[in-house]
Design a protein around this ligand. Structure first.
Ligand code: AMP
Length: 281
């Protein structure tokens, strides 16, 4: 696997693939990689002969009080993992490559970006949509792979590609979980051993909602109650939201009579985690 850091280096590395029409699948990440990320590399491999990953901790999606400075950064370890997972090219741009001097164009998504994460992180999807557009312009992939772990982000990216006619096919990859059910996340690194144990309750709460759904319950309100009840048993867990939404529009639904996502965000100590499940209504 080759590593490039500049737009010229990236263009040189992909030129031979482009010239023979080899499709490129792209997996953007912020690094601190885990099995969840690597599953996306494997999925990318199944979708295209060439796989490009990026590591860029995008400053514009962090609010000033958030963890941009302390976000875990392990580029060498990440590169070894990517190489083993079958990635062909790693792009690690610096800030000026993604946002050159004088940069002044922002994508401010509405629709799927409204509510849920945006209620707590108002500028988050503006940063995400803008960086995704920049990375697409630099990498020029045929396919881009995103995780269902960030279900609202996936919906926002699909909307971005649809609205702006980006010539990229978006592929979603299923959530990879730890053995006890906790969704893998780079931010799990922040949890103390005690908080790590508490965090299992998030996936357990979603499993309660699924159990109710499988018993025939379709009312979103009741499914959300199953989640809030389970989480209320631990006063150290602060629930930011739990909602049942349409997976494409992220508009809340009252009843699960077609596919829906139950999405939650909660804080354990100072760590904010998100998780979701998909219900086939
Ligand atoms: P991040 O590095 O957190 O920005 O994530 C990069 C990509 O990996 C995003 O598309 C995430 O949705 C995806 N991802 C993160 N965690 C997981 C997971 N546990 N399972 C599947 N995909 C994930």
């Amino acid at each position: 696997m080759k590593t490039v850091r500049t737009s010229a280096g990236l263009a040189d590395a992909v030129a031979p693939w482009k010239s023979v029409g080899a499709k490129i699948a792209f997996v953007p990440t912020m690094g601190a990689l885990h099995e969840g990320h690597l599953s996306l590399i494997a999925l990318a491999r199944r979708n295209a002969p060439r796989v490009v990953a990026s590591i860029f901790v995008n400053p514009t999606q962090f609010a000033p009080h958030e963890d941009f400075d302390s976000y875990p950064r392990h580029p060498e370890r990440d590169a070894a993992l990517l190489s083993r997972a079958g990635c062909d090219l790693l792009f690690i741009p610096d800030r000026e490559t993604v946002y050159p001097p004088g940069f002044g164009t922002w994508i401010d998504p509405q629709g799927a970006a409204l509510g849920l994460e945006s209620a707590v992180r108002p500028h988050f999807f503006r940063g995400v949509a803008t960086v995704v557009a920049r990375l697409f312009a630099l990498v020029r992939p045929d396919i881009a792979v995103f995780g269902e772990k960030d279900a609202q982000q996936l919906a926002v990216v699909r909307q971005l590609v649809r609205d702006l006619d980006f010539p990229v096919e978006i592929v979603g990859g299923p959530i990879v979980r730890e053995a006890d059910g906790l969704a893998m996340s780079s931010r799990n690194n922040y949890l103390s051993p005690e908080e790590r144990q508490r965090a299992v309750r998030l996936s357990r709460a979603l499993a309660q909602a699924r159990a109710r759904f499988e018993c025939g319950e379709r009312r979103s309100e009741v499914l959300c109650e199953a989640v809030t009840q389970e989480l209320a048993a631990d006063p150290e867990i602060v629930l930011h939201y739990v909602e049942v939404v349409d997976p494409d529009t992220f508009v809340p639904v009252e009843k699960v009579d077609r596919q829906a996502v139950v999405a939650l965000a909660a804080k354990i100590g100072s760590t904010r985690l998100i998780d979701n499940i998909r219900l086939e209504g």
